[in-house]
Design a protein around this ligand. Structure first.
Ligand SMILES: C[S@@+](CC[C@H](N)C(=O)[O-])C[C@H]1O[C@@H](n2cnc3c(N)ncnc32)[C@H](O)[C@@H]1O
Length: 352
């Protein structure tokens, strides 16, 4: 059996390889990784005899920091005949579980994006043919496995399957968001994406309510504060810089020109701590864990800016430091390299 295909931001293949090696072997799938520089894709080739069923169940994209998407690889078809790509794909799909949805995808790279039109057009006839063969259900079924056909160029396709609970629901694993014109910075998209990824819609309704209180460390000009304010949350915005007037005019924001590492909220705990300070990842991780440990906040979303050469190791160290500080406390920590993140990852730490 052939292991996993995982997508990441171009340039982060090395981090994803390290993570896949760690997570897949811990899950009992032994293998090695193949990748192309800046290809945005890692193929973790299994060398053991674990079945497709066990591979499908053992690893989820939600466990991985640097993966946008992850599914179990089945076969790769090279040298496809451009006059009939469908027949070999149909033949190759024999033996796969019946799937409820088809996704025809491509790498999120400059070259890969040139395939987007072809993939969109090709989806319709391929879906029809797969339905005719019984590989796909007649109607889309969200509870069934998803079939992936991933084109690296017009003559090569990787085929595979993912369980709906273990894959990203988004095309290419990318949550595309529009920058709101009223937001003072594009950074707002990071917190927007984080809130959508880390919380379900019911959790957002429950835990982001008007009248709640939040602290934003490193708040200026206010893109993150905007996400809280637009939900009616009072924000203590901490930064020596200037906050956007539009936010101050809402009456929901108090601006404190202070050092985020020394700031202490008046009334504790606040519902939310958010932090986008450009600082060393360990310093920020320590501060976040201390806020939770001291019960100054119920939950926190924060960025860790990663040093170029030790991105993966920095994430591991930050996770370990948080575990050390919060030993004996019940907490949950999720870390993700979001689509809107660049040289950074976003974390959700919660005492729930
Ligand atoms: C990336 S920007 C934040 C952008 C903001 N999240 C937004 O969406 O508009 C980082 C901010 O952190 C602030 N900062 C850095 N170190 C800080 C510290 N020790 N205390 C408070 N603010 C700090 C900087 O002044 C800067 O405005």
């Amino acid at each position: 059996m052939s292991g996993y295909m995982a997508y990441c931001r171009a340039g982060f293949e090395g981090e994803l390889v390290k993570e896949l090696q760690q997570e897949a072997s811990a899950a009992g799938v032994l293998g090695y990784a193949q990748t192309q520089k800046d290809g945005g894709l890692v193929h973790y080739q299994a060398v053991d005899n674990s079945s497709m069923q066990s591979q499908l169940q053992s690893l989820s994209v939600h466990r991985l920091v640097f993966a946008r998407q992850l599914w179990v690889h089945w076969q790769t078809l090279d040298e496809l005949d451009v006059s009939d790509r469908i027949s070999p794909i149909l033949a190759a799909c024999e033996g796969l579980p019946v799937c409820g949805e088809l996704r025809v995808e491509y790498p999120d790279t400059t070259e890969g994006r040139e395939l987007s039109r072809f993939c969109r057009k090709f989806t319709v006839p391929l879906r029809q043919a797969l339905r005719g063969k019984g590989v796909l259900t007649k109607k889309e079924q969200a509870s069934k496995p998803v079939l992936f056909a991933f084109f690296t160029h017009s003559r090569q396709v990787h085929l595979g399957v993912g369980l709906p609970e273990n894959i990203s629901p988004e095309p290419l694993g990318i949550l595309r968001l529009k920058s709101p014109s009223e937001a003072p910075s594009r950074s707002t998209l990071k917190l927007d994406e984080a809130l959508q990824l880390f919380l379900t819609s019911a959790e957002r309704d429950q835990r982001l309510q008007p009248g709640m209180h939040g602290v934003d460390l490193g708040a200026c000009p206010g893109g993150w504060t905007y996400q809280l304010v637009r939900r009616g949350i009072f924000v203590q915005a901490v930064d020596n810089g200037a906050m956007a007037d539009s936010l101050m005019e809402t009456g929901l924001v108090q601006h404190y020109s202070a050092d985020g590492f020394k700031y202490e909220p008046r009334k504790k705990p606040v519902n939310w701590l958010v932090c986008d300070m450009v600082e060393s990842p360990l310093r920020v991780a320590r501060l976040m864990a201390q806020w939770l440990e001291r019960r100054w906040c119920q939950e926190a979303i924060f960025n860790l800016k990663l040093p170029m050469k030790k991105r993966y190791e920095s994430v591991t160290e930050a996770r370990e430091l948080i575990a050390e500080i919060l030993a004996g406390h019940e907490y949950r920590l999720s870390i993700k390299h979001l689509y809107h993140d660049r040289e950074e990852v976003t974390c959700h730490l919660s005492s729930r």
